[in-house]
Ligand binder design. Sequence first.
Ligand code: ADQ
Length: 494
Amino acid sequence: WERPDGRPIRQRLLVVANRLPVSAVRRGEDCWSLEISAGGLVSALLGVKEFEARWIGWAGVNVPDEVGQRALTRALAEKRCIPVFLDEEIVHQYYNGYCNNILWPLFHYLGLPQEDRLATTRSFQSQFTAYQKANQMFADVVNKHYEEGDVVWCHDYHLMFLPKCLKDYNSKMKVGWFLHTPFPSSEIHRTLPSRSELLRAVLAADLVGFHTYDYARHFVSACTRILGLEGTPEGVEDQGRLTRVAAFPIGIDSERFIRALEVPKVQEHIKELKERFSGRKVMLGVDRLDMIKGIPQKILAFEKFLEENPYWRDKVVLLQIAVPTRTDVPEYQKLTSQVHEIVGRINGRFGTLTAVPIHHLDRSLDFHALCALYAVTDVALVTSLRDGMNLVSYEFVACQDSKRGVLILSEVTITLFCWSSTVSWCWSNSRKPWNITEVASAIGQALNMPAEEREKRHRHNFEHVTTHTAQQWAEFFVSELNDTVIEAQQRIRK
Ligand code: ADQ
């Protein structure tokens, strides 16, 4: 089965990401149970059906013994997943350290950790060495499973070194790399001690992708200013070799959400939720419990709204579903305590014997429960301080065709939506997340919005979400990668 240009209809795609789309729990010496894990990358790639995809990544557990490793490898194979086994020390230095304590905050403009936590260069250096080592371990597994003609798609800031490791193995491998977070301005990237090594390693890829044109531009500027290379409209050129750089805004599998609303179990959930919250407007936040999602700021804004609008106190409820992540990192532990403390205080202040204004859950919801929640929501609150491209807002819109709820988005998130489509998301309320007073007034505006206006805004958003899907995103990226490699080969022949 081939296309006219000779490419197979279902091309083999090796998706390489730090985490597999499943979490593994050990039930016995050689027995594992697997569960789909929550997160933006997983949700987006679950929608991709055009390719014969295999997923390579870490299963999120330490498996020191060979019996356990063999059993887990077998269990994962049924899900087309291939594990990379990382030991505790590597996970600590590479994942908790370099990825989540250094790159993640820096790429979201939260700066580098304080000198004492970074322990200047020694600790930094050991974390960076672990990062390179971990990327090499991923490369070893990819190389073992690679077959000629495969496309290798590396994901995210955890694996910036991977394109180089793969090309060192086989310069003919088709390698793409996509960043799910923002890529910061070159002046921010410049503050990173390993700035040049990371840029050069990414440039080994054939195609480098970002969510937005701005992130792509920042990356090209970093390459020109830090490495002194030439930026062209197509990408970055180094001694005659071009690395193509482009924007590929992500979407969701909107059909999956729309179809789910018809499932009897979801209908049942919807009925229960409507009864449970009858007489009250439902506001919803769904986030990973991460500092970039602005959860404390969101809850404080809700408090301010209740403070200033006594009329609404027994007529609105905020459901905040926050799935814990990176629970080994001290900053995330502090954030959890902070959120609990604020929620407790507000519920104590505005709650009654029969009702509280905030329901905060520290856990992941299954897909059907999540769809039901989106469907009964009147106002969704997305208050990211920075976000690569927030998928929760898309999911909410996909489930809102009967309710026509209002989406409140922070300005930094909305800019991305505006960029990615001619169907403007400016119709949604836009507010800076850190401005608690403004978010409080946006809540009032959203709750009081006339039905006609809600309808108009919803139509625009719904059309955007259903016409910019995860499938298209992935197909666009892989087809660009195929074309880029073909063009490069033609250039060499000339
Ligand atoms: P994330 O930071 O994980 O993604 P986001 O885009 O909001 O953020 O996606 C979160 C996903 O996890 C959604 O699909 C949502 O349904 C799910 N989720 C979140 N909380 C949940 C909960 N409590 N229960 C169940 N499911 C939950 C990263 C980047 C983003 C980028 C995506 C995709 O940080 O900026 O948009 O990758 O590229």
